[in-house]
Design a protein. Structure first.
Length: 127
């Protein structure tokens, strides 16, 4: 449904360290800033852009929003979470693990990026 997600950052270098680590677990190469200094990652036809806000105001995390990144396996979710935690992210909510929802069973983990954006690494589980 979504083609891309854009998140604001107050420190592109710090964000590059974090996002290169978590997106690297998906096989994405390290981002190179574009002509405006934004970082762009592509995975499975979708894009994730990290940029300074164009209006010049500080970036801030949206309360209640979560960006979910679909991963291929529970092992990849764990690697994503570990890479993000080691690269300046903050582990939040329950530890990585299985969760049951009305829509099905998943394996997921949650992080806040260095600017406070809430991210979820998630993959479906059989059964």
């Amino acid at each position: 449904m979504f083609r891309s997600v854009v998140l604001g950052s107050n420190d592109i270098d710090r964000s590059k360290t974090f996002y290169d680590a978590i997106m690297g677990t998906l096989g994405c190469p390290p981002a190179e800033p574009n002509f405006r200094g934004a970082l762009i990652y592509r995975h499975k036809g979708a894009g994730l852009m990290i940029t300074r806000p164009l209006d010049g105001n500080p970036a801030s995390a949206a309360n209640g929003n979560t960006v979910a990144i679909e991963l291929d396996s529970a092992e990849q979710v764990r690697a994503w979470h570990d890479a993000g935690s080691a690269a300046g992210g903050t582990s939040i909510e329950d530890p990585p693990g299985p969760r049951d929802y009305p829509s099905g069973r998943v394996f997921s983990a949650y992080l806040r990026d260095p600017d406070g954006h809430k991210l979820c690494g998630i993959c479906p589980l059989g059964g």
